[in-house]
Design a protein around this ligand. Sequence first.
Ligand code: SDX
Length: 427
Amino acid sequence: MPRTATLTVDGKTLILPIIEGTSGEAGIDVSKLRDQTGLLTYDPAYGNTGACSSKITFIDGDKGILRYRGIPIEQFDTNPNFIEVAWLLIFGRLPKPDELLRFSRKLTLNAMLHEGMKHHFEGFPVNAPPMAILSAMINTLSCFDPEMLHLGDDAEKMEDAAASLISKVRTIAAYSYRRHKGLPFVYPDPRLRYCANFMHMMFTYPYDQYILDPVIDEALNLIFILHADHEQNCSTSTVRMVGSSKANLFASVAAGVCALWGPLHGGANVEVIDQLTEIHKGGISPEEMLQQVKDKKRQLMGFGHRVYKNFDPRARMLQKVAEKVFAKTNRRDPLLDIARKLEELALKDSYFVDRKLYPNVDFYSGIIFRAIGIPLEMFTVMFSIGRLPGWIAQWKEQHDAPGGRIARPRQIYTGTPLAEYIPIDRR
Ligand code: SDX
């Protein structure tokens, strides 16, 4: 017997179906509510709203569970391969060896940008924020490859588009940094794998070829995997919102980058470092900072989550990655000790305990990026590179679903009920 919910409004009783997921999540289907009652649901910030059903990522926020296509995130810890996970997310299962090889080849073939795009980079001021460049240049990609604007139902074209985007975003990201620093662009090297090629384009100089250490390579693969998808977060919902108008993949993902940039979302990884640096420089003690947080004068960045109310499994895994990276670089970052101290104090403070606030993915990622040599202004770009497969997968899932409707929330109007237009005398 399917579960239902009963709602009584103004004496009228409705039976609402309950939609059940495969892992315990369930929701009341209110899609006919307005037709039947004239009422809306009211849920600002969508804390209780399921905007879609999806087969991509599962989170149990109370238990700290995160799974990609059913696979617990912890299982990617051994010999992590970001490209394999990207394929898994986008195409719904782990790739066979020949499929992974084919996809990797497509990545290699698509790594270079059209030479014409380089002129666009030159138009940006040298100190332009890399996230602004990233978003603008993802949109620009569609001008150079108009074929990709119309993917239709062609599976091969979809794979080409995914490979092109994943590969070119890495090049754009590295070029945005080189532009930001006023450095010459470095072409992708077809002999290098995904992360090594990115670091090569970021850090190779004519007199110094950058060679990625295997430990750091592994760490980068895992970091990208840990960022790869997170169900209906703000940027992914933005990608779906834009995609619901049948906007193309490039436009939708470019919008996702903009949403991710915000300090409450992916931009938090920069803010965390700013806060830790503030303490390190002696401007404020950890205790004083937490007091300001409790007095609502600021937020503790990298803490709290809409869904996780126990722990964020990614933050735990990133702590271990940090240890491995520090062991390799033989450099202890004082910010790591400050982060640990803040976490320790927060986790025994009733303000944080009562509100179930724990470190999220952004709390430790920046410390690792610093150790790897990634500059602060690139941290959210790194998040974007990692999140791209998730955005593509979610866009594809929506694109492939039959009968998709445009996303169009309603509102409760609270403005002046009726006013009169009195023209200004412009004579
Ligand atoms: C990401 O959604 C995703 O999946 C996102 C993400 C992904 O992979 O896509 O996981 C990536 O965006 C991680 C989050 C990065 N942002 C930050 O670290 C910024 C700091 N965090 C907060 O701004 C906040 O916790 C959010 C934005 C992450 C979540 O916001 P919610 O769900 O709206 O939190 P809430 O308003 O329900 O908070 C409940 C209470 C409030 O206090 P009261 O009004 O009840 O007194 O907790 C307080 C909040 O003020 N609170 C915090 C806090 N986070 C929540 N207080 C101090 N510091 C914080 N960080």
